[in-house]
Write a protein that binds this ligand. Sequence first.
Ligand code: PLP
Length: 369
Amino acid sequence: MLTPCYVVEEEKLIKNLEILKRVIDRTGCHILLAQKCFSMFSVYPLIGHYLNGTTASGLYEARLAHEYMDGENHIYAAAYREEEMDEIVTICDHIVFNSFSQWTKYKKLAQEHKIECGIRINPQCSTQEGHAIYDPCAPFSRMGVTKENFRKDLLEGISGLHFHTLCEQDSIDLVTTLQAVEEQFGHLLPQMKWLNLGGGHHITKEGYDIEKLITNINRMQNKYDLEIYLEPGEAVALNAGYLLTEVLDIIENGMSIAIVDTSAACHMPDVLEMPYRPSIEGAFYANEKKYTYRLGGPTCLAGDIIGDYSFEDALKVGSRLKLCDMAIYSMVKNNTFNGMKLPSIVLKKGDMMETIKVFGYEDFKMRLS
Ligand SMILES: *Cc1c(COP(=O)(O)O)cnc(C)c1O
C-alpha cells in the first residue's frame, strides 16, 4: 500500500449507516449526507441504500450527488451566483436560502421548477464553547435570518425552515436549540411542510443519546405536523477511516522528531484549524511510554505538527502509523500546498484493500497556471 493514503473501512461506514437508518425507521424523518464533510462518491451508492439523499454547499457538490446518488438533492449556500442557478434548479429538489433577498431574487425561477424552498433561520442559541469558527450563532453571524430580521410578509411559497447550529454535539443540545427555535419561530411552524435540523448531531458517537433524538423528532413532527430532516456529515463517516503514513526521517532538537509523509496543513487541516489531536493506533500521550516523538509533516510550514505521541517501541524510518478518524473533513479539505502529493483513496472491504484513486503531479499542476 502506497502511503500516504486514506483508508475508508466499508464495514465501519455500514455500521454508522445502520444506526442512522434506525433513526429513519423509528421516526419517519429524512436523513441526508452533508457532502461537505465526506464526498467519497465511490461509496455514494452504498450510502444511498440507507439514507434519503444528500445536501450540498453549492453547485458542484449538488452535481456530484446528482451523478452518483439517487434520492433527494438539497442545497444550501450563504448566497447563490446567478449563473449557477439555472443548473441548480434542474438538479436540486430543495433549495434553502440564507436571506429573504436571495429568496426574492430566485423565487420565480425556483417556482417554475417546482423546487421546495426553505429559509435558514438563526435561533441565536449557542450551545458550544471553544469552537467559535464553527458556531453559526456567534455574534454577527452571516448564517441564517434572525427573528429581528425575519420577513413574515415574504413567506408565501416557502415550505420549510432550516437551522444548523450544532457541531459534534449530543441530543441534549438539540433540545436546547429546539426550545429557542420554538420560542422564536414556533408560530410559523404550523404553516411549514418541513423543518431541517441541520448537522452537527454526533449520532454515531459512542454515548450519544439516540432515544432523546428520536423522542424530539417525533414530538416536533406530531406537534406541528412537519417532516423532519437531519443532515449530518460527521455522523455518517465518523471513525470509518484512517490515514496511513510512513516515517521518512527522525531528527533531534531537544526531543525526538519524526517526519512523516503526510502533512497536517495539507491532509488534515482541521488538526490545525479546529484544533485537535488525532488519535494514532498504538500511540499514547507524550511520555506515557518509553519513546516520545513530535510528529510533523514534510512541508516548510514550521507549524505543520500533528502532535506529540509516545510509543512502546522506538519508531524507525519506514515505520507506519494509522491516524484515526480521518475519513471526515479530510479528503474534502486537502490541498497541495508545497506541492505535496495528495493521499491516495483506498476502500477496505473485509480483508480486501481496493485502491480507488492515486494522485500525482498533474493534480498539483491542474489548479495552477
Ligand atoms: C456543516 C454542515 C452540516 C454537517 O455538519 P456535521 O457537523 O458534519 O454533521 C450540515 N448542514 C449544514 C448547513 C452545514 O453547514
